[in-house]
Write a protein that binds this ligand. Structure first.
Ligand code: FAD
Length: 314
């Protein structure tokens, strides 16, 4: 007998929320991960609920709505690292009604705005500090009898030593492991500064100089950002960091004197056609769950429910 019913390959936010969902439905679960949590892209994430760079799709809307609801419940329950953030999103393009994802957050309102803006959207977005959150997910999994094992697989087939059903939640590495040419990196860069007392998330995604966002956390503020499709390196770029900071200070002047604490650079696991969530057509015991791009946390729990349905029905 194998040690688990399902093995989830990948210990980022997609793999861990899937593992916990499977366990809550009665499965014995083992997670295999090539990296410690600190080495995953999930730890770099801002990580604020918002379907960034995500195409309109009823399936994605459902995942976003369910993840929003679950994360708001977790914020109310005091889950480590999860809070509700009032959000202001400034638009510069012609306002033609609520965005496609508006329904997912329930409380979005639009207001007129002065130039250069065309409208202001206000909504509540759950926000997650990924380091304590990934630790909490692991603790919950282990408390329920699940295991997390540090192991880098050469092929997905190796995972069948652990369980008869495999979930592939390997993010960017899925491009190689699943031979999927649609997967590509989207480099992202954020700067961390001390929090001068901010409690509201502010976005100006239409800024012609680059996407701009300010996300306060308990002890710091995440300043962003960049989204460089097809760029696959994580080398620091001091000029880029300075430009991010400048844009954010224009958006929220209170940040002007906030000391810089650090920066994070990561490669989002993007995919042409959106996330791949399906049973592999050539292997009925393999379920894919990768390619969440800039929205892995935003879609997490909703997507995990669908992946668990697939994994428990193969
Ligand atoms: C700067 C930046 C800001 C972001 N901000 C947000 C945000 O505000 N909101 C949001 O929703 N998203 C945000 N994202 C996107 C988010 O980080 C990703 O969508 C998410 O982390 C993807 O999660 P994942 O679990 O698929 O991948 P990962 O976190 O990369 O996890 C992949 C896992 O697979 C494992 N793995 C890989 N290869 C192997 C192998 N061969 N064998 C075993 N294990 C393997 C790895 O070790 C790791 O555990 C941001 C990303 C960046 C870079």
């Amino acid at each position: 007998m194998t040690e688990a019913d399902v093995v989830v390959v990948g210990g980022g936010v997609v793999g861990m929320t899937t593992a916990l969902t499977l366990q809550r439905r009665g499965a014995r679960v083992t997670v295999l991960t090539a990296h410690d949590p600190a080495g995953t892209v999930s730890t770099v994430a801002a990580a604020v609920w918002y379907p960034s760079h995500t195409e309109e799709d009823p399936r994605v809307l459902r995942w976003a709505r369910d993840a929003h609801a679950e994360l708001r419940r977790q914020a109310a329950d005091g889950v480590p690292g999860v809070v509700d953030r009032p959000t202001r999103m400034w638009l510069r393009h012609r306002y033609a009604g609520p965005p496609w994802w508006a329904d997912a957050c329930g409380d979005l309102v639009a207001e007129p705005a002065e130039p250069p803006y065309t409208a202001l959207l206000r909504f509540t977005a759950p926000s997650v500090e990924m380091t304590p959150y990934l630790a909490w997910l692991r603790e919950r999994l282990e408390a329920g009898g699940g295991r997390v094992v540090r192991r880098a697989l050469g092929t997905l087939a190796e995972a069948y030593e652990v369980a008869p059903v495999v979930v592939n939640a390997t993010g960017l590495a899925a491009g190689r492991l699943a031979a999927d040419a649609a997967v590509y990196p989207a480099r992202g860069h954020v700067v961390l500064v001390a929090n001068p007392g901010l409690t509201v998330s502010v976005r100006d995604e239409d800024d012609p100089a680059g996407i701009t966002y300010v996300h306060p956390r308990r002890h710091d503020v995440v300043l962003g950002g960049t989204y460089e499709a097809g760029v696959g390196h994580t080398r620091p770029d001091p000029e880029e960091a300075a430009a991010i900071r400048r844009r954010c200070v224009v958006l929220v002047p209170k940040l002007a004197d906030a000391p810089v604490l650090g920066e994070r650079i990561g490669l989002r696991p993007a995919r042409h056609g959106g996330p791949r969530v399906e049973v592999d057509p050539a292997d009925g015991r393999l379920v894919h769950a990768y390619g969440h791009g800039g929205a892995g946390m935003t879609l997490s729990w909703g997507c995990a429910a669908e992946v668990a349905d697939l994994a428990l029905s193969v």
